[in-house]
Design a binder for this molecule. Structure first.
Ligand code: NAD
Ligand code: UD1
Length: 354
């Protein structure tokens, strides 16, 4: 286990660090004593998030406005700012948009990651923690889901995650064949449904336009920006007919990244580690709505409509591997998630200022 004084000597490059999960992870990395540097092209975020990370932690955050797919720029950054490990969040994540613009998603997510890896390799930085997703399990045959379940993508976004996982595994395998001295080591973190916000209410999820995901939709109904929640499907084979998901507080998720970084630095290099990050408990859409109403004292008008194409009935993790190997488990419950999501939304009804 790394102690704080050792962490202060470790420099972490956070790609996509201005985004929702990235900004919360920056806070936790800084709190754990790490030095960080952020690269983000701000395609889905605002620089204000970084300023607020600085305010929460009292630390300065070196920031590069750059695209991970800009090879010359990535080379320059890695040369001028040597790092020990990369936590790689940068990517586009909207499932619907990925179906309309698959090339954009393959270019940004897959090509961007290839270029990032090439430049990391050139700079001899061969440690990466990668943001994967439970979407790589497709429509799981049963729940809870363990890491050895069959992988299958159901849309271009999911395929970019699957392809990147395979590319990273190939890098590790190639170094093993070569018996490389400083081989690649990769941690694939498969997130379930990240929600909530930092307890300060100053950083949180700031979706562009009308949210696709449940929690920001609920909070925008609560704040009066949207009229009512449409519940996609009331006829699933679940306890109340609505879809069940494994919601995880974004601060718990961020702390798992700190554990993953610490574990990689402590462990023998040349390995692939894969972990589900969820709570292990599924909540239905109606249960989330009721939890929000109970915690925040606001009624959410709802209407049950048809199923959303591509949705599955139930998806929740078996998170025991992360507990055993990383010593991590989610600590926050659904009450914390809805309360913190609401604190962020009510204090920042328009999200981050430009
Ligand atoms: P986000 O959009 O808030 O953050 C992603 C960040 O990456 C943004 O700040 C964006 O500007 C930046 N970015 C995108 N493409 C870039 C590029 N080419 N170069 C530099 N910066 C770039 O999303 P998030 O919710 O914080 O997700 C972070 C990661 O976690 C993503 O890879 C996403 O696919 C993955 N993930 C998210 C969820 C979720 O529900 N939020 C679930 C599973 C996996
Ligand atoms: C979605 C993506 C998934 C991605 C994840 C995290 C799809 C099909 N899947 O997962 O690939 O990894 O987000 O970003 O888009 N719901 C409503 N009304 C709404 C919104 C959602 O009823 O307005 C329901 C959904 O049907 C689902 C649950 O709420 O049962 C959660 O939905 P959402 O937050 O979009 O997450 P996922 O569908 O799990």
């Amino acid at each position: 286990m790394l102690i704080k004084s050792e962490a202060s000597k470790v420099r972490v490059l956070v790609t996509g660090g201005a985004g929702y999960i990235g900004s919360h992870t920056c806070v936790e990395l800084l709190n754990a004593g790490f030095e960080i540097v952020v690269v983000d092209n701000l395609s889905n975020s605002k620089i204000e998030a970084i300023r607020r990370v600085e305010r929460i932690t009292g630390r300065q955050v070196p920031f590069f406005l750059a695209d991970i797919g800009d090879q010359a720029e990535m080379r320059r950054i890695l040369e001028s700012f040597p790092v020990d490990i990369v936590v790689h969040f940068a990517g586009l994540k909207a499932v619907g948009e990925s179906c309309e613009k698959p090339l954009l998603y393959y270019q940004n997510n897959v090509t961007g990651t290839l270029i990032l890896c090439e430049e990391m390799d050139r700079a001899e930085v061969r440690k990466m923690v990668f943001s994967s997703s439970a979407t790589v399990y497709g429509d799981p045959h049963t729940v809870p889901i363990t890491e050895d379940f069959p992988l299958q993508a159901t849309n271009p976004y999911g395929r970019t995650k699957l392809f990147i996982e395979e590319i990273l595994k190939d890098l590790v395998a190639a170094d093993r064949l070569k018996q490389a001295d400083e081989p690649w080591t990769v941690t694939l973190l498969r997130y379930f449904n990240p929600v909530g916000a930092h307890q300060s209410g100053t950083i949180g999820e700031d979706p562009n336009g009308v949210p696709n995901n449940l929690m920001p939709y609920i909070t925008q109904v609560a704040v009066g920006k949207l009229a009512k929640l449409r519940i996609f499907g009331g006829d699933y084979p679940t306890r109340d007919g609505t879809g069940v998901r494994d919601y995880i507080h974004v601060v718990d998720l961020a702390r798992a990244h700190v554990k993953a970084v610490e574990a990689q630095l402590d462990q023998e290099p040349g390995q692939v580690f894969t972990y589900n990050l969820g709570t292990g408990t599924g909540y239905s859409v109606l249960e989330v709505v009721r939890a929000f109403e109970a915690q925040c004292g606001i009624t959410i008008p709802c209407e049950i409509v048809g199923r959303r194409p591509g949705d599955v009935a139930e998806c929740y993790a078996d998170p025991s591997l992360a507990r055993q190997e990383l010593g991590w488990q989610a600590e926050k419950g659904i009450g914390d998630m809805v309360r913190d999501a609401w604190r962020w939304q009510s204090r920042n009804p328009e999200g981050y200022p430009d």
